[in-house]
Design a protein around this ligand. Structure first.
Ligand code: NAP
Length: 293
């Protein structure tokens, strides 16, 4: 019997892909919840019900009414410490008030980290989820492979990839694979509460990433290791606000501490298809990396 599945943050890069995957399955009623439903007319045309959801404002419980299984996508509200956690707490409370049967949440790998500055929001959200008593699945996503596309074009242009990750490795996972995994879990029938690490099938060192980038771009890229504070200062010099630079630099510090290095076959296990390699993700962005056409 078709269930009713709801995805929050449905206009985000991850949320939209998940809704599209659920619609393509064609088995359940799919609700795309987003702050501005007018942006998702194409998904409505393909069968999605659109509901307005702002985790800062409004009657969120009404948005979750009649939903069997929901996915709460962590928001990008990093402007004020505590704001994002409050949003997530409202989402959990609303899902509970509405009687949602199972709530899935996109967390961060190693959410208990004392190093990654984004981890505390995720750890506190996970705690709220457990506290709620709702049957749930926590998907602890590793770093998106696509995050690298923020720094690699500059590294190609200047010939230097600055890093504070040392010999640490990251089992990068593509955003599409995170979407496939989330869609599989949301559309699955597991009722028991679970915590799943979502990582890629291979862990990469920064030296290996530089070599791969050089291969794709056809230009030399060397790695320059710098202290974490120096990495943040460099990002600030390139225009990033200090708090955001500190967050990004903390990812390298956590990498150096080994928090992201565990590769796995979880994408294959959850979706029945292997994870995309970093070669594939960066290869797709070859033009951005300055590769000849
Ligand atoms: N693992 C990683 O490396 C990594 C990297 C980047 C981000 N993330 C996390 O993963 C999430 C999804 O990634 P993404 O690539 O899809 O990010 P994105 O494209 O930047 O999307 C931001 C998301 O935040 C939602 N949002 C913002 N304010 C909201 C509010 N007031 N109420 C409800 N939702 C709100 C947006 O929903 P609507 O616009 O539809 O309302 C959208 O889904 C991000 O928000 C972030 O928490 C993880």
């Amino acid at each position: 019997m078709p269930r009713t599945l709801l995805v929050t943050g449905a206009s985000g890069q991850l949320g939209r892909q998940i809704v599209e995957l659920l619609l393509a399955r064609g088995q359940d009623h799919v609700i795309a919840a987003t702050r501005d439903p007018s942006k998702l007319a194409d998904l409505a045309a393909r069968g999605a019900e659109l509901r307005a959801l702002d985790l800062d404002n409004g009657d969120q419980a009404a948005v979750f009414a009649g939903v069997d299984r929901a996915l709460l996508i962590s928001t990008d509200a990093l402007d004020r410490p505590g704001r994002r956690l409050e949003q997530h707490q409202r989402g959990i409370a609303a899902a509970k008030a509405a009687g949602v049967g199972h709530l899935v949440y996109t967390s961060l790998i190693h959410a208990g980290s004392q190093i990654n500055l984004l981890a505390p929001d995720h750890a506190a959200t996970e705690a709220a989820l457990v506290e709620s008593g709702l049957p749930h699945t926590i998907l602890r996503n590793n770093l998106y492979a696509e995050n690298l596309l923020g720094s690699l074009p500059g590294a190609v242009a200047g010939g230097v990839l600055y890093s504070a990750a040392g010999a640490g490795r990251v089992a990068y996972v593509s955003r599409s694979d995170c979407a496939r995994a989330a869609a599989a879990v949301l559309a699955g029938d597991s009722g028991a509460s679970r915590l799943i690490d979502i990582s890629g099938a291979r862990a990469w060192s920064v030296d290996e990433i530089a070599a791969l980038t050089a291969q794709i771009s056809g230009r030399p890229v060397r790695v320059q290791q710098v202290p974490v504070a120096g990495l943040a200062a460099g990002m600030e010099a390139h225009g990033l606000p200090a708090p955001i630079a500190a967050i990004f630099a903390s990812f390298d510090a956590a990498t150096a501490a080994g928090e992201y290095g565990e590769a796995s076959g979880i994408i294959d296990a959850l979706t029945g298809a292997p994870a995309e390699g970093l070669e594939v993700v960066l290869g797709r962005a070859a033009a951005l990396l300055g590769a000849p056409a």
